[in-house]
Design a protein around this ligand. Structure first.
Ligand code: BG6
Length: 476
């Protein structure tokens, strides 16, 4: 048998991309609620355009999303039908602390998640919970400047304490921050950063990164004190950088890109900053505000496992190779790899790169890995009879699961589980579209928010069910 007997097969979502109900039961406003669909989305996500309120001129897809808030029983029943062993979801911080800096939590928010976890448990589905998935209360951005302010470490500690206490025995697997490296690419999404004119952006991003890393280590410590059975993981937007060619300049560029990408997990897994980062800070005059206590907390509270998303590899070209074609993929611009096909959104498709990435990460950290996102965003067509024949999605997943199997059986990578991204169609993080669909379950909603929200099974639904039932042996 390729995969462990207790391999955690399942699917993944994020609160802001599926819950909707953004203003009910005491929930406060968060960064993700003010990110519109349309041309302003990217500048807002980058922290270039300050939009901390909603207005009538924009459509905000997170407000309604797929209304998981009111459909969770139906959705979890469908996950159970596919045989999910785990369901990855995230919490909306503002359901629990509407402003983020209160001392007492909002009971309605806590009760909602408790109901969701109990519903999962009813079917033997283990919740895998991301504490923050591109999620920061607006109040913390307006009052404190987001994660560039150390005070957020204390607010996050308070959140973590409440969560681990309340959900002890219900939730075993926790991830502290989704794609923590996204701070460097989409700083408003990753850390609630909006840049001021003339601000040293590089310094602001690394200060925010430091504060999140320290908060993550504190959460790990708190979890272990409250619930010794809890398993805490970090989460990285992974994908190895290939050198565009064997020119030394390209190889060096890839090395630098890989170092920067692994920076976060280096700290979360090893407990200290990599040498190159300390040199960079020294050279560029960056002061992240490291205290002796920070150093100790980071060193003593490394993660139990390493989770990551994988959509594609990336390609790096040195400055001596300026004419390469550029491509866009999950906020990571890079050189276009001429050997790879791309998705409808220009993301390179590279199953072998998945095996390479799994090996790179396991070689580097020697801790159990967990693939918590992978999948194909594609436009689906609903046929007259209501069927959705997403063979392209099945092909993509088949090739990637095969590559993952090779990494386990041939290369010995220790892998805990696999949750495919957007197991039910949800709002795209990068574009705000509904039409960029990843799901096994179709949701009738369009890019402007119209539709009945009716759920229906795609062809891939039964295929994935078979994959899980055979523990990854039958990919036909
Ligand atoms: C990851 C995020 O970056 O990729 C998810 O953790 C996101 O939130 C996923 O949805 C796919 O990206 P997109 O832009 O296609 O939704």
């Amino acid at each position: 048998m390729a995969f462990r007997k207790d391999f955690l097969w399942g699917g993944a979502t994020a609160a802001n991309q599926c819950e909707g109900a953004y203003d009910v039961d005491g929930r406060g406003l968060a960064n993700v609620d003010v990110v519109p669909h349309g041309k302003d989305r990217f500048p807002v996500c980058l922290g270039d355009l300050k939009m901390l309120e909603c207005d009538a001129d924009h459509y905000y897809p997170a407000h309604g999303a797929i209304d998981f808030y009111h459909h969770y029983k139906e959705d979890i029943a469908l996950f159970a039908e596919m045989g999910f062993k785990t369901f990855r979801m995230s919490l909306a911080w503002t359901r629990i602390f509407p402003n983020g800096d209160e001392t007492e939590p909002n009971e309605a928010g806590l009760a909602f998640y408790e109901d969701v976890f109990r519903e999962c448990k009813k079917y033997g589905i283990e919740p895998l919970v991301t504490i923050t998935h591109f999620d920061c209360p607006i109040h913390l951005i307006k009052e404190y400047g987001g994660w560039r302010n150390r005070k957020l470490i204390d607010f996050y500690k308070n959140l973590a304490t409440v969560l681990f206490t309340r959900y002890k025995g219900l939730v075993k697997y926790w991830l502290t921050f989704n794609e923590i490296n996204m701070i460097l690419h989409l700083p408003f999404m990753g850390a609630g950063l909006v840049f001021e004119e003339g601000e040293n952006r590089e310094e602001a991003k690394f200060i925010a990164a430091h504060n999140e890393l320290v908060a993550s280590a504190w959460a790990t410590k708190i979890a272990r004190e409250i619930d010794p059975d809890a398993m805490i993981g970090c989460m990285l937007a992974a994908g190895t950088y290939y050198p565009y060619s064997c020119r030394p300049g390209d190889v060096r560029a890839a090395q630098l890109d890989n170092q920067q990408n692994y920076f976060f997990v280096d700290v979360q897994s090893r407990g200290y900053y990599p040498a190159w980062a300390l040199k960079k800070f020294e050279r560029e005059g960056i002061d992240v505000g490291m205290t002796d206590e920070d150093k100790q907390i980071l060193a003593e509270n490394t993660v139990d496992f390493i989770s990551f998303s994988y959509y594609s590899t990336r390609c790096s070209a040195g400055v001596d190779n300026p004419d390469v074609e550029r491509t866009q993929g999950n906020a990571f611009a890079g050189a276009k790899n001429p050997y790879l096909q791309e998705s409808q959104w220009g993301w390179a498709i590279d199953p072998m790169g998945f095996r390479i990435t799994l090996n790179d990460m396991y070689d580097r950290y020697q801790k159990p890995l967990f693939v918590v996102e992978n999948g194909l965003g594609a436009k689906d067509v609903v046929e007259e009879d209501g069927s959705i024949n997403d063979d392209y999605r099945i092909d993509y997943l088949r090739q990637h699961i095969q590559a993952m199997r090779d990494a386990v059986t041939e290369d010995g990578v220790d892998l805990m589980g696999y949750t495919s991204w957007g197991c039910i169609d949800l709002v795209s993080a990068s574009t705000g579209e509904m039409s960029k669909r990843y799901g096994f379950i179709y949701v009738d909603r369009d890019d402007a928010g119209n539709g009945t929200l009716k759920r229906s099974k795609k062809k891939s639904f039964d295929w994935y069910k078979k994959v899980i039932a055979s523990n990854g042996e039958d990919l036909s």
